[in-house]
Design a binder for this molecule. Structure first.
Ligand code: ADP
Length: 434
């Protein structure tokens, strides 16, 4: 048994940086949890607080129901593997793995049995008498994992353990760590900035930004139902295409209007839009999102009736697929710089045998069953997963709108204060001169 509960956890560094804000998560025994997000979003800080290497500023951390905020790292029964695996260069692989157990005064026979078992699991039995310098990067990382395994901890914490490896080795080690998790049947918490690692390894993923949790979900739910534009853009490569637009139409048919284009929304999507009245035929802007893999050459999918014409900028044939970088009609008709460049660029994944070329006009088909809609202002999704989920989304919209207003007000206040301060200083100088 090794469950964890993180309740309203905050981390404020002495420098005043709030690295983690109100982190709440229940982790069940044997889960593989991944913390993912861009650099500086607070992933490592959260992991280090779990390990006990960083003090928790506020909130409670429970391991198997026991509050551990004030329990020393060595007594938490947790093992951590870092990016720079820091093996002892003068010791053999065997001794590197045995070292921690020797310090704990474990009987020699048991140490031997644990080291050999871990080496067998990791496939490094033949390197036990070698020194780290005689190993490749991947082998060294395996030794670092072995050092953690021999301790038989309740929880494994892994902080970007693969980022020092080359791409091929990284993908190999990725599957090995997944296999290791299945084999050891213990709780894993894994930190990465790489969304591919997160999607392929995690049973649940925590997406973070600026110290705030954005969404906690299974990989497929993050992909299909991103809660906001940030998550939608972060998960998936190439990233989702976004276009500013409006919803127009009537009760029978709703369209997304973006630039010069207008596409119909399927009924299944319309029925899931939260607060449709607020957006339909109003000035309130939305963001229309569609993934490159949900767009193809219209010739490849005659069954898809939603099509638009685009101008091809660049074609990238990757072998297994071809990426087509295009511009929508509104960008082509650009006059006087009134079009938002980014909002008119589009990437489509077409068949790898496609013969389309840069400079051509392409009719693309959009699989609208998989499109996404977000509120332009709050960036929260407009699409509920089902009827029951609608209330939750609506509440989130209201909460986010309030937070944005409060932030705007605070920024304005700060600006006014700064202006007042400058005016006061100038006034003082003026009086002095007199
Ligand atoms: P990540 O692991 O997601 O890259 P970190 O948890 O390392 O992010 O950092 C989160 C934030 O906290 C960043 O703004 C970082 O600069 C800041 N930070 C990290 N460590 C310290 C520290 N020891 N002192 C002050 N600020 C820190």
């Amino acid at each position: 048994m090794s469950s964890l509960q993180l309740k309203n956890i905050y981390k404020v560094y002495p420098s005043g940086v709030t690295a983690v804000t109100d982190f709440n998560l229940d982790i069940e025994d044997k889960e593989f949890i991944v913390f993912v997000g861009p650099s500086g979003c607070g992933k490592s800080t959260t992991l280090r607080m779990i390990a006990g290497l960083e003090e928790i500023s506020a909130g409670e951390l429970y391991i198997d129901g026991v509050l551990v905020n004030n329990i020393a790292p060595k007594d938490r029964d947790i093992a951590m593997v870092f990016q720079n695996y820091a093996l002892y260069p003068h010791m053999t692989v065997y001794d590197n793995m045995a070292f921690g157990l020797k310090l704990r005064k474990m009987p020699k026979a048991e140490i031997d049995q644990r080291v050999k078992e871990a080496a067998r699991i990791l496939g490094i039995e033949m390197y036990l008498s070698r020194k780290p310098k005689a190993l490749s990067g991947g082998q060294r990382q395996r030794v670092a994992l072995g050092r953690a395994i021999v301790r038989e901890p309740k929880v494994f914490l892994l902080d970007e353990p693969l980022s020092n490896l080359d791409a091929k080795l990284r993908s190999q080690m990725r599957t090995e760590i997944t296999k290791l998790h299945n084999r050891l049947a213990t709780t894993f918490i894994y930190v990465t900035h790489d969304q591919v690692e997160a999607m392929t390894m995690g049973t649940r993923i925590v997406v973070m930004k600026d110290g705030f949790m954005q969404q906690v979900d299974s990989p497929i739910n993050l992909y299909d139902h991103p809660i906001n534009q940030f998550v939608a853009g972060f998960i998936g490569t190439p990233q989702m295409n976004f276009f500013k637009g409006n919803l127009i139409g009537d009760e029978k048919k709703v369209y997304v209007k973006f630039g010069e284009d207008k596409v119909a929304l399927p009924k299944s999507k319309v029925s899931l839009i939260c607060n449709l009245d607020k957006y339909l035929n109003t000035k309130k802007e939305i963001v229309f999102g569609i993934r490159p893999e949900d767009i193809c050459d219209a010739n490849e999918a005659p069954e898809i009736k939603t099509t638009i014409d685009v101008n091809i900028d660049v074609v990238e044939a990757l072998g297994s697929e071809t990426l087509v970088y295009c511009k929508t009609k509104s960008a082509s008709k650009k006059t006087g710089g009134s079009i938002d460049e980014e909002a008119s660029n589009l990437i489509a994944k077409v068949d790898s045998r496609s013969t389309v070329k840069a400079g051509e006009v392409l009719k693309i088909a959009l699989d609208m069953e998989h499109c996404h809609l977000f509120d332009k202002e709050t960036e929260i999704t407009l699409l509920a997963r089902d009827e029951q989920n609608k209330n939750e989304i609506e509440e989130l919209q209201i909460k986010q709108a309030k937070e944005l207003k409060a932030k705007e007000k605070a920024e304005k206040q700060a600006e006014n204060d700064a202006k007042a301060k400058v005016a006061k200083t100038l006034e003082k100088k003026r009086v002095k001169r007199k």
